[in-house]
Design a protein around this ligand. Structure first.
Ligand code: NI
Length: 188
């Protein structure tokens, strides 16, 4: 099932998401829905709050980036992160243009550290701790932020934020062109 993507202005995007209990009902089906929703919107990452669910779950699939000439090896970078915790971020900060399915048609440079260490459970509830760098780390950092109620625009300068204000207001009213279904908080 493909969900509409919750867009900017919805309070769910600003809440800290809750840990998922082991007996959470129909988790495999929800994970499949997350992938279906992400693919339908041509995204490379999707966090549960973006489909209106305040739980600590995100999915990524960066394998399509390979075809776009990305230098990094994205093979196998299709993953499910349940109850993730960022253990550590280190390395030099670097700038990269980010976008977000919940903030359509806005892309801005965001500076983040190069490496992350993340502890999580995979889709089979196997405990994992892994280190990622570069684009993979970047995708994880962006999606992880969603679980803490953070958005990439929070990292922009006050001036840049002011410049985007009108666009963001339009997004929250649903006044934005997307190729995927959205749920806008202020849509009349
Ligand atoms: Ni996002």
């Amino acid at each position: 099932m493909v969900y509409p993507i919750v867009v900017y202005g919805d309070p769910i995007l600003r809440k800290r998401a809750q840990d998922i209990p082991r007996d959470f009902p129909d988790l495999p089906a929800l994970i499949q829905d997350m992938f279906d929703t992400m693919y339908a919107a041509h995204g490379i990452g999707l966090a549960a709050p973006q489909i209106g669910k305040g739980i600590r779950l995100f999915v990524v699939d960066g394998t399509s980036l390979k075809e776009e000439g990305e230098e990094e090896d994205m093979t196998g970078f299709k993953k499910v992160f349940i109850n993730p915790e960022l253990v550590d971020e280190h390395g030099l900060a670097w700038s990269f243009e980010e976008g977000c399915l919940s903030i359509p048609n806005i892309r801005e440079n965001v500076s983040r550290q190069e490496n992350v260490r993340i502890h999580y459970f995979d889709e089979n509830w196997n405990e994992q701790e892994e280190e990622y760098s570069g684009i993979k780390a970047r995708i994880i950092q962006h999606e992880y932020d969603h679980l803490d109620g953070k958005l990439f625009i929070d990292y922009l300068s006050p001036l840049k934020k002011r410049m985007l204000k009108g666009k963001l207001t339009n997004i929250s009213k649903g006044d934005v062109d997307t190729e995927y279904r959205i749920s806008a908080p202020l849509k009349k």
